[in-house]
Design a binder for this molecule. Structure first.
Ligand SMILES: Cc1cc2nc3c(=O)[nH]c(=O)nc-3n(C[C@H](O)[C@H](O)[C@H](O)COP(=O)(O)O)c2cc1C
Length: 264
């Protein structure tokens, strides 16, 4: 290993410790400086609003927690079956649903997953090809009202999405592909340089909930960390980065979902 690679690995390892060596003279965070906090939710920018059903009692949910945990695995083969809107709604609710909000000046959301300081820096985008009641396209989840908006009216995303997911066609061709982005400033406002570590820790909780929720309704998923950052960001219309802008947003994680094949 050459010195340059070694140095880069060492820099990356600093992320695991949650701080940079130069932290000694770190300035107070924006929260400590009493700067106004960022909105805890992205404003509505897409088209239309689709209410999501919440009568989860109608779903046949396997409630044995031990079975769900021990039966969980990454599933990469899905039936050619359409998911219901209620199933999709359940997966969105369990991964990023907002239970309640608190605070007037700097509101925070409380959700079905934990997040450092309840900063919840993520947004959820869906590449939908086969969900009852939704036309094929790219959607954005509005967790405050548990709704979807149409992010991009695109029927032909499969080739680009396959490329963005580093050729993983099994993922790009799933009935629905979850893509999570982060708006780092939501967490940086409070934690400054430690934010990057917390954001990545937070992402794991979301995907784990998706795995278990999928298992509970006969679906399957597979975490996707191998993706092309520029391609996926571009596909969702994010500005190239990284930048120091407060509204900077980039993709961090993805996961295809489909009804699982019994033999899997
Ligand atoms: C952060 C992360 C990134 C991953 N990225 C991919 C991926 O890009 N493609 C893939 O097929 N599996 C991916 N996986 C799934 C792992 O390969 C899988 O979890 C591992 O092989 C263990 O199998 P299991 O999940 O069935 O226990 C990823 C898992 C994690 C946690």
């Amino acid at each position: 290993m050459n010195e340059k690679t070694k140095y880069q690995l060492m820099k990356n390892r600093e992320l695991l410790k949650g701080y940079q060596k130069s932290d000694a003279g770190e300035e107070p965070t924006d929260q400590q400086q009493k700067l106004p906090g960022p909105r805890p939710l992205k404003e509505k920018l897409g088209r239309g609003e689709i209410s999501l059903p919440k009568d989860f009692g109608e779903l046949s949910i396997n409630g044995n927690f031990l079975e769900l945990v021990t039966g969980r695995k990454s599933r990469r083969q899905y039936r050619e079956e359409t998911l219901t809107l209620l199933e999709l709604s359940y997966l969105l609710w369990t991964t990023q649903g907002v239970r309640n909000m608190a605070g007037h000046k700097n509101p925070v959301t409380f959700r079905n997953v934990p997040s450092a300081g309840s900063r919840h820096p993520f947004e959820t985008y869906l590449f939908v090809s086969s969900v009852e009641g939704l036309k094929k396209g790219i959607y954005h989840y509005l967790p405050e009202n548990h709704r979807l908006e149409l992010w991009e009216d695109r029927q032909d995303y499969e080739t680009e999405l396959t490329q963005a997911l580093c050729g993983q066609f099994f993922a790009a061709s799933a009935p629905v592909v979850f893509v999570w982005s982060a708006l780092p400033y939501r967490t940086e406002w409070r934690y400054g340089q430690k934010a990057a570590k917390y954001i990545l820790l937070d992402a794991g909780h979301i995907c784990q909930n998706l795995y278990l929720a999928c298992e509970s309704i006969g679906c399957g998923t597979c975490a996707i960390g191998a993706y092309d950052q520029e391609c996926l960001d571009e596909l969702l219309g994010f500005a190239p980065g990284p930048s120091g802008e407060k509204d900077y947003e980039c993709t961090v994680y993805a996961a295809p979902v489909g009804r699982r094949k019994e033999e899997e």
